[in-house]
Design a protein around this ligand. Structure first.
Ligand code: SF4
Ligand code: FES
Length: 450
């Protein structure tokens, strides 16, 4: 630990930490664009310039490690002057199109410009214009607004594990793009929308739907990635119009899989059943909830009185919430039925007595990235559970050996130390072989011979 001072506040911080991290931990605000706590340090925007005692020029807080006795000012005349100068440079080319930009009202550049931007610019030259890019159906690319912070590029390289975005050209000719006009294919691609500090990368499906201040935010849990990622639903006139991640270090960190970010569109599908329907004379008729519930109560009561509760069964979706499942079992048990199941995709129940009542991973999601070795069986973690896949990738980057027994030679975003590709019918046999080899090397006698 080292002792430093920021804006007169005495702090004890971890040696080697960057000034911006120490300031964030102490709730001292330093403006920034390229810095993001989950990405490597690029130090290319210079918005975080600070004044360090006995140092002639202003230094970037995101790339300056703390040293014992350091005295830093984020608000001195020198620091503010440096920050304002950077803002002026950024605004030379950034289009002032906030009224028609989808990011307006929740734009980091707009916010910081309020504090550090001038109302008059000395630059009268024409602004740079960059052709818009087509990144596919999910992400809109208005690249004239790009400030070259490279957060999106670093996300691809460091988190998604696919180098899809990159910078070409230099200086004023630098452009962010996919090199060869491709759409973004990562299953976590939508995260670049949150990372982009300006309106260069915005969500295509929710574009021009509502302004940030018109939406109402609701906390929720992602229904599609099987991980319980924390999300925020944004509603406009009682309709979900956007989904963004809610930070939870134990589960999804700051990320969200595309399926959970964009699947809300299904809620608004015309083909979705949104009102109860009852079949009358062979035809489905829309009815109100009271009528539908009375009909259900009538049918269940008739069955109960004629055949008893044992003849009644309920199959619940495993996607239901614990509260919903609890209420369902309570209702079923109160009418004398224990026939409740959630295994809607299972057809063979012969070994159900040996199965755990509550199957789980066996370790926390965070611990996935601390494993020394991971064996993937019949799964493409990157596509099946992108958030778990991300943790496994982190483990591999930290030196873990990832192995797979799969029916398909999947294209993972991490490298495999070993793999066995076999037809689905042979998977069990392959696993038996691995078990046998493991038992032999660890001198364990298996209960059954294979
Ligand atoms: S597109 Fe956005 S995130 Fe990417 S470099 Fe430009 S400003 Fe940064
Ligand atoms: S945030 Fe430090 S240089 Fe960009």
């Amino acid at each position: 630990m080292v002792n430093i001072e920021i804006d007169g506040k005495q702090l004890e911080v971890t040696e080697g930490a960057m000034v911006i991290e120490a300031a964030d931990d102490a709730d001292i605000y330093i403006p920034r664009f390229c810095y993001h706590k989950k990405l490597s340090i690029a130090a290319n925007c210079r918005m975080c310039l600070i004044d360090v005692e006995k140092v002639g020029k202003a230094l970037p807080a995101c790339a300056t490690p703390v040293t014992d006795g350091m005295k830093i000012s984020t608000r001195s005349e020198k620091a503010i002057e440096a920050q304002k100068s950077v803002m002026e440079f950024l605004l030379i080319n950034h289009p002032l199109d906030c009224p028609i930009c989808d990011q307006g009202g929740e734009c980091e550049l707009q916010d910081i410009a309020m504090g550090y931007g001038g109302d008059v610019s000395i630059y009268s030259e024409q602004k740079r214009v960059v052709e818009n890019k087509d990144f596919g159906p999910l992400i809109s690319g208005d690249m004239t607004r790009c400030i070259h912070c490279t957060r999106c590029v670093r996300f691809g390289e460091e988190v998604a594990g696919i180098k899809e975005l990159g910078a070409t050209g230099r200086g004023e000719h630098m452009e962010i793009g996919t090199y060869v006009q491709l759409s973004l294919n990562s299953e976590m691609s939508g995260n670049v929308i949150d990372l982009c500090p300006v309106g260069a990368l915005t969500a295509k499906p929710s574009r021009f739907t509502a302004r940030a201040w018109e939406m109402v935010q609701h906390e929720s849990i992602a229904p599609h990635d099987c991980m319980g990622s924390n999300i925020l639903l944004h509603t406009f006139r009682n309709q979900v119009v956007r989904v963004v991640p809610k930070e939870n270090e134990e589960i999804n960190e700051t990320w969200l899989a595309d399926r959970d970010r964009f699947s809300y569109e299904g809620l608004n599908s015309d083909e979705r059943l949104t009102v109860p329907m009852v079949k009358t004379d062979g035809q489905w008729q829309e009815v109100d909830w009271d009528t539908a519930l009375q009909k259900a109560v009538g049918g269940i009561s008739k069955l109960l009185s004629e055949q008893g509760g044992e003849q009644l069964g309920a199959i619940a979706s495993p996607n239901m919430t614990i509260e919903e499942l609890f209420l369902l079992q309570k209702m079923m048990r109160s009418v004398g039925s224990g026939n409740i199941d959630h295994r809607i995709g299972q057809i063979d129940f012969t070994d159900q007595d040996d199965e755990p009542v509550f199957p789980w991973l066996g370790q926390s999601i965070v611990d996935l990235e601390n494993n020394d070795a991971v064996l993937l069986v019949g799964c493409n973690a990157r596509h099946d559970q992108p958030i778990a896949g991300h943790r496994i990738r982190k483990a591999e980057l930290a030196g873990a050996r990832i192995m797979a027994v799969n029916p398909v030679d999947y294209d993972f975003n991490f490298s495999l130390a070993a793999k066995k590709i076999a037809s689905p019918a042979k998977l069990l046999q392959e696993l038996g072989g691995i078990l046998k080899a493991l038992a032999a090397t660890s001198n364990v006698t298996l209960p059954l011979s294979t």
